[in-house]
Ligand binder design. Structure first.
Ligand code: PA5
Length: 436
């Protein structure tokens, strides 16, 4: 059974499911969804103090958007490269949007955005610093807590580099995005008088892409944050309904919950346009940290097809049956190319003559869906119309609200991440941090 919602604007997410979707819509599920929605709206659900992202697109202060835009223009004037330092939710949102909007092999960004602090690699940082020598540089360091080790290490090196290279002018080129009131990064920003942006108190890292955390790097690159926010705002309006027929985010949550409870604990996101690879990475963090708690939760994985059809495809088709697959399809692409007739047909591809590669890619999708379904892999399909700022804004909000419903269906607080702490404590002990 197929559940489809079509909008009039060019941003639509359609959810279709290979099983019997109708059977999931019962008085009991409707009641559960109503209760979750009411609790979120009344701010009484678990972790409700972190629900600030829910109405953010419609409530964002236009003066903040203007300030971000102005700062982005300043960065464009002063720098060739913006080094964005952050990890997890302070990194993946901007990375996801930038990659999704980037046409392959085209450098359309007004400033090159380079990420740092999302890994601890001496080779990465050393080579980055060498690369920066040939460019004009600005820095945006992002950390909500202001004390995360990996970005703090990267910032120590890059701040030192900026001060040696630019002297007092370094302070004009460093932008800090952090909590309004606490954290070591805030102290540094105040001491050095860096321009500051705030991560709202009531929005956790993985839900922060539409705040200054994501918007400043995205705007600096030259993309329209107005369009991104407009897409998210439209999603906020459309996905507020608890009418299951009308709300694809709830449909997706219900399908996932059903699959999870019937023996499919692993969800593989599959894409056919490589530009969406970091949307998958962002989604994996969103789901992994929101749902993976108390011995529960769907494990989010990702594949890029056709590449992985010749790699993980074997396992998906034929390995242990615990997987369901979610295709993230793009209905139309800006650029395409058509197969031509070859005179001698020595590669035996003339049967494709006249077809665009998007059409061939459609056949890959259809063929994969049929194969994996017959191999016992349930299929969910999300279809977006294009890869524009509006659509990506819509999609990000769609994933966030759907993830909140999914976690609440599992009776889990979507907004904490207690499991992330353990490795940190071990690392501090191993590195002899005082007190550990
Ligand atoms: O979603 C989250 O809250 C985390 O993944 C954080 O974004 C991540 O740990 C980075 O934290 P911070 O922004 O405090 O440096």
């Amino acid at each position: 059974m197929k559940s489809t919602r079509k909008g009039s604007f060019p941003m639509t997410v359609q959810v279709s499911f290979s099983g019997d979707y109708r059977s999931l819509v019962t008085p009991e599920t409707s009641q559960k969804i109503n209760a979750i929605s009411e609790a979120m709206n009344a701010r009484t659900s678990a972790g409700a103090e972190f629900l600030g992202w829910k109405n953010w697109p419609s409530e964002i202060d236009s003066q903040l958007v203007e300030r971000i835009q102005k700062t982005a223009e300043k960065i464009q004037q002063q720098a060739d490269v913006l080094v964005v330092i952050g990890i997890g939710g302070s990194y993946l949102g901007a990375k996801a949007v930038l990659e999704a909007l980037r046409q392959p092999f085209q450098v359309t960004e007004k400033v090159e955005i380079i990420f740092a602090g999302h890994l601890v690699s001496g080779a990465y940082l050393k080579n980055l610093l060498t690369y920066l020598d040939t460019k004009e540089v600005a820095v945006n360091v992002i950390s909500k807590s202001g004390k995360t080790t990996e970005p703090a290490i990267a910032f120590r090196f890059i701040q030192d580099y900026m001060e040696k290279r630019y002297g007092q002018e370094a302070a004009e080129r460093i932008y800090v995005t952090t909590d309004a009131e606490k954290g070591a990064l805030l102290d540094v920003a105040k001491e050095k008088d860096y321009a500051r942006f705030v991560v709202p108190d009531d929005i956790g890292g993985r839900y922060s892409v539409l705040t200054s955390v994501g918007l400043l790097p995205i705007a600096a690159a030259g993309h329209s944050i107005d369009h991104l926010l407009a897409g998210a705002k439209r999603a906020e309006g459309e996905l507020a309904t608890v009418d299951l027929e009308e709300n694809p985010a709830i449909q997706y949550a219900l399908v996932r919950d059903h699959l999870y409870s019937t023996g499919y604990p692993v969800e593989i996101s599959a894409i056919f346009e490589e530009r969406l690879k970091f949307v998958q990475e962002w989604w994996k963090q969103l789901v992994g940290e929101s749902e993976g708690k108390q011995g529960k939760g769907i494990f989010p994985a990702s594949v890029q097809y056709s590449t992985d059809l010749h790699s993980l495809g074997q396992y998906v088709q034929d390995g242990k049956r615990m997987l369901f697959e979610t295709f993230l399809k793009v209905a139309s692409v800006e650029d395409d190319i058509t197969m031509q007739l070859a005179e001698n047909d020595s590669d035996e591809l003339n049967y494709l003559a006249g077809k665009t590669l998007h059409t061939v890619n459609d056949a890959v999708q259809q063929a994969t869906a049929e194969a994996h379904l017959s191999g016992g892999v349930p299929l969910v399909t999300l279809e977006i119309p294009d890869l524009s700022e509006d659509t990506i804004g819509y999609l990000l909000y769609f994933y966030m609200i759907s993830c909140a419903y999914s976690a609440y269906l599992l009776e889990i607080n979507p907004f904490d991440q207690p499991g992330v702490e353990e490795y940190k404590v071990n690392m501090f002990r191993l590195l002899n941090k005082p007190g550990f």
